[in-house]
Design a protein around this ligand. Structure first.
Ligand SMILES: O=C(CO)[C@@H](O)[C@H](O)COP(=O)(O)O
Ligand SMILES: [Fe+2]
Length: 223
């Protein structure tokens, strides 16, 4: 099964409750929450208080993507806020002891993910692959919604799928950035099974209908 995890980054932030409710009504599987600290990436978004507030309007897994330099001190805050899956970045300065950070996430009872930017070889994650539940292959450079998919990331997805066969066959492979109707088939073919879709869903027009459209597209290809 391919998981659809809409990113609220391009949603109407003045109306987040309604935006989240629309995605849920459309039938999305997870909700992707982008946390940016203004250091790891130039942008600043939301923190645990907003995650906790949104938790009341969605009984689906919360997929928290931490684009922050020092995640360790924040992990408990996101666990308490209602996160289910927490993904840190391999490149973050506070992830020098990545194995320890992954253990910390799991000790909090959460699923652990690690993300790699387009310029980072996915092979760097091989030593921790069996400890991870999910790897996030960034298919744009992190920081902003609405960017174009970077085609060279397809090779990384395929290499990761091959590595996972050896170390962690049930690894979730998530892709994030520029995923839309034109790019989703190629990432699935390469081995991705969790799709983050941001601006193609939260387009200011019909997020609920867009979720339905993507779910129908994914279900059709499974038949
Ligand atoms: O993590 C990020 C951006 O850094 C993403 O989750 C984006 O929000 C995806 O948005 P689109 O590329 O789908 O518009
Ligand atoms: Fe993201």
């Amino acid at each position: 099964m391919i998981v659809l995890s809409p990113s609220i980054l391009t949603a109407d932030f003045g109306n987040l409750q309604e935006e989240v409710e629309k995605a849920v009504r459309g039938g999305c599987d997870w909700l992707h929450l982008d946390i940016m600290d203004g250091h790891f990436v130039p942008n600043i978004t939301i923190g645990p208080m907003i995650v906790k507030a949104l938790r009341r309007y969605a009984a689906i897994p919360f997929d928290v993507h931490l684009m922050v330099e020092n995640p360790d001190g924040l992990l408990k805050l996101y666990a308490d806020a209602g996160a289910d899956i927490v993904t840190v970045h391999q490149e973050a300065s506070g992830c020098r002891h990545l194995h320890r950070t992954i253990q910390h996430i799991k000790e909090l009872g959460l699923k652990a993910g690690c993300a790699v930017n387009p310029g980072t070889p996915v092979e760097l994650l091989e030593p921790v692959l069996m400890d991870l539940d999910m790897v996030l292959i960034m298919t744009v450079n992190p920081g902003f919604g609405g960017q174009s998919f970077i085609p060279s990331t397809l090779h990384k997805i395929a290499r990761l799928r091959a590595m996972a066969e050896k170390w962690k066959p049930d690894l979730l492979i998530q892709v994030d950035g520029g995923i839309n109707a034109a790019t989703c088939e190629s990432v699935i073919q390469a081995g991705a099974n969790v799709l983050v879709v941001g601006s193609a869903i939260f387009d200011g027009v019909d997020p609920e209908g867009n979720v339905r459209k993507y779910k129908a597209l994914l279900e059709r290809r499974e038949d």
